[in-house]
Ligand binder design. Structure first.
Ligand code: GDP
Length: 373
């Protein structure tokens, strides 16, 4: 039997046919899926605080496609300009309006619980908070700790908070670059507090430190530094060490640990910031001390704002970004030259066979590269 109209279902005779699909609606749905926003739409959306468009723009930032990168750079440029003019228009003495806070600590120390507690405290005070993460391992282990959907349940539905898991790029440098750019977009979208979280197990703390104004190290009482996998260098970078889980039977131990860390911090030479790093306790679960942690951040902001360190540090970070971007660009260009990769493969073979001097080979190859530019 010839069907009277197109149907989604294969219906049997004698049964009423279901309604026809609305062809127009279907067309719109398909078109909508494919609709790529223009740079202007995305930029305007970000400035208007539209979170969907902000997310889309971040996806462009995170993409490795050259066309996306091109658009991302235009958006970043516009966002930087907008944030700058907003500050200038306010004619404020404070040059930088947002505050960027790095949060680190070993898995299980309570980072997400802490971020949820402090985050709720901040949004209740009228702040807009963006939570970003740096986890270079997330590309490999799909079930990344920082990408876990069940974390920060309340913040995740808070209209004044925006949570973005770590970009799934391979190298730490790559992940860091994308996170730095994401910070710029979030600030242009009106987020005035930015948390950058990382798992305290290695190199990524240094990277986070290089993009924030305040670096917070979460610790546990009763476990040695070695046990917590925290290196001396990380402790030295901290603006505050906060011992979490100061609740129940643990409060006494947390207090003792605070004194120990305070003593340890005093052994370091005074930092250029004019701020003396502090040790404190909190309970992300009970809320004890959470507001005090924020007071510390604000105190640090005031001191470093007044003495000019806050601004200087950001400018220094920008200079670093400038250099790193050049380095990354040069590397990318070099390694993507067809003839270079071919010659490299041959030379590497020779090196592996002990026939080629690696220094000489590297110099020759670089010379060839520069000659042909
Ligand atoms: P993360 O891996 O550092 O993000 O740690 P989580 O926030 O996931 O916390 C790890 C475990 O510690 C969870 O079971 C939390 O409920 C618990 N936890 C976090 N903060 C506290 C706290 O202040 N007190 C207590 N007693 N438990 C906490």
């Amino acid at each position: 039997m010839e069907k009277p109209f197109k149907s989604l279902l294969n219906v049997m005779e004698g049964i009423d046919q279901p309604g026809q699909i609305n062809a127009d609606a279907l067309k719109k749905l398909k078109a909508g899926k494919r609709h790529a926003h223009t740079v202007k739409e995305l930029t305007d959306g970000i400035m208007a605080g539209n979170r969907t468009l902000l997310s889309k723009a971040i996806t462009l930032v995170e993409s490795s496609l050259p066309a996306h990168q091109d658009q991302a750079q235009q958006i970043i440029g516009a966002c930087l300009q907008s944030t700058k003019s907003k500050i200038e228009n306010r004619n404020s003495k404070i040059v930088d309006q947002s505050i960027r806070i790095g949060i680190t600590g070993v898995p299980g120390v309570g980072k997400s619980t802490f971020i949820e507690a402090l985050g709720k405290h901040l949004t209740a005070k009228g702040h807009k908070l963006a939570v970003l993460a740096i986890d270079p391992s997330s590309a490999r282990s799909k079930g990344s700790i920082l990408g876990d959907k069940t974390r920060m349940e309340e913040l995740a539905v808070d209209p004044d908070a925006f949570i973005r898991p770590s970009p799934a790029a391979g190298s730490l440098g790559g992940v860091a670059r994308k996170t730095r750019e994401t910070i710029i977009l979030c600030e242009a979208a009106g987020f005035d507090v930015i948390f950058v979280e990382t798992v305290g197990v290695g190199q990524s703390e240094t990277t986070v430190h290089s993009m924030v104004d305040f670096f917070l190290l979460l610790m546990l009482a009763g476990a040695g530094d070695e046990l917590q996998g925290i290196k001396r260098g990380i402790i030295e970078m901290a603006d505050a060490i906060v011992i979490n889980k100061a609740d129940g039977d643990n409060i006494g131990k947390a207090r003792i640990a605070r004194v120990e860390y305070a003593n340890a911090l005093h052994l370091f030479p005074p930092p250029d910031s004019g701020w003396v790093p502090v040790a404190d306790i909190c309970s992300a679960r009970s809320g004890l001390g959470i507001d005090h942690v924020w007071d510390l951040v604000m105190e640090h902001r005031k001191i470093t704002g007044d003495n000019g360190f806050f601004h200087r540090r950001r400018m220094e970070q920008n200079r670093q970004v400038f250099r790193e971007t050049i380095e990354a660009g040069l590397q990318h260009h070099f390694f993507h030259q067809e003839e270079i990769s071919q010659v490299m493969a041959t030379l590497e073979q020779g090196i592996m066979n002990g026939l080629v001097n690696p220094y000489q080979a590297a110099n020759d190859l670089l010379e060839k590269y520069f000659r042909e530019r």
